[in-house]
Design a protein around this ligand. Structure first.
Ligand SMILES: C[S@@+](CC[C@H](N)C(=O)[O-])C[C@H]1O[C@@H](n2cnc3c(N)ncnc32)[C@H](O)[C@@H]1O
Length: 249
C-alpha cells in the first residue's frame, strides 16, 4: 500500500494535490449497499467481478496508469499492463462478451491492441472544456474503447463521437474527492444510449456512471475500493435516485 504522505510520481498536467486524509483508512472491509436500482460494493473489483453475471453493459473509467494522485490507489504506470490484462477478460466474461465501454488515456494508445479484443473500436468523447485563466481552451477528446461480440457499435450509440459542452465543467468544482472525475454530461451520452438495462462500473470513483445510469432509468452496479470515494458515490447516487428519470436518446 502506498503511504498517503508520499508525493505521487506524476507528470500528469491535470494532477491536483489533495490533502492526505490520515484519519481515514486507505481500504476497509467489503460492504454492499443497495440504493433504489443501484447495488454498490465497497470492495476490490477483482473480488466482486467473479460473483457477478448477466450484466448487460460495462461503462467504466479505470485508473489510467499515468500516476494520478488517488487517495489510496497507487496509479503506478509500471502496473498498467498487468491491470488491463487482468481486467479485460473479466469484463468480457461478466457481460457475456460485451458491450463494454472503457475510458482510456491517449498516452497509452500504443498499447491498446495488447489488451482489448481484436476489432475494438474507439469512440471519441469530445469536450469543450471551461475557460482557463480567462482564455477559451480548444476542443479536446477522451478515447473510449468499445468491444462487443453481441452487438455493433451502431446498435449501442447513435454516433461514434459526441461533443459535451462542459462550460462550466462540473469536474473540478465542488467537493468531489476524486481527482479528475468524468464529466457527467459525457457519461450520460453512453448511459442514455446503450440498449442494456443493467450497467456495471467496477471503478466507480465518485459515482458519475451511477448517477448517469440511474437518471437514464437503468439498474446500476458499482464497485469502488476507496472508502472516501465510495461514501461520496453513495450520496450522489442516492440524490440522483430522487430526481426525475431522463428519457433515452
Ligand atoms: C479514474 S477513477 C474513476 C473516476 C470516476 N469515473 C468518477 O467520475 O469519479 C478510478 C477509480 O478506480 C478505483 N480503483 C482502483 N482499483 C480498484 C479496484 N481494484 N477495485 C475497485 N476500485 C478500484 C480508484 O480508487 C478510483 O476511484
Amino acid at each position: 500500500m502506498t503511504s498517503l504522505a508520499t508525493p505521487p510520481r506524476t507528470t500528469n498536467p491535470f494532477y491536483r494535490a489533495r490533502p492526505a486524509a490520515h484519519s481515514i483508512p486507505a481500504v476497509c472491509a467489503p460492504q454492499k449497499v443497495v440504493i433504489g436500482d443501484a447495488t454498490l460494493y465497497r470492495a476490490d473489483c477483482f473480488d466482486v467481478l467473479p460473483t457477478l453475471a448477466e450484466i448487460d453493459t460495462v461503462i467504466t473509467d479505470p485508473p489510467y496508469g499515468i500516476g494520478f494522485a488517488y487517495r489510496s490507489y497507487d496509479d503506478d504506470p509500471a502496473d498498467y499492463d498487468r491491470l488491463m490484462s487482468r481486467l479485460v477478460p473479466k469484463l468480457s466474461r461478466v457481460t457475456g462478451n460485451g458491450p463494454c465501454f472503457v475510458w482510456q488515456s491517449p498516452l497509452k494508445a500504443d498499447r491498446w491492441h495488447r489488451y482489448f479484443p481484436e476489432g475494438f473500436r474507439i469512440v471519441a468523447a469530445c469536450k469543450i472544456p471551461r475557460e482557463h485563466m480567462g482564455k477559451q481552451t480548444c476542443l479536446s477528446w477522451d478515447p473510449v474503447i468499445f468491444w462487443s461480440g453481441r452487438s455493433l457499435l451502431k446498435d449501442e450509440l447513435p454516433r461514434d463521437w459526441h461533443v459535451a459542452d462542459l462550460r462550466p465543467w462540473d469536474g473540478y468544482r465542488g467537493d468531489n474527492p476524486v481527482p479528475c472525475p468524468r464529466p457527467l454530461a459525457q457519461v450520460q451520452y453512453f448511459c442514455n444510449s446503450v440498449r442494456g438495462s443493467t450497467i456495471l462500473d467496477p471503478f466507480m470513483g465518485s459515482g458519475t456512471t451511477g448517477v448517469a445510469a440511474i437518471l437514464a432509468g437503468k439498474r446500476f452496479i458499482g464497485i469502488e475500493r476507496d472508502p472516501v470515494y465510495f461514501e461520496y458515490a453513495c450520496r450522489r447516487i442516492e440524490a440522483a435516485s430522487k430526481e426525475p428519470r431522463h428519457a433515452a436518446v
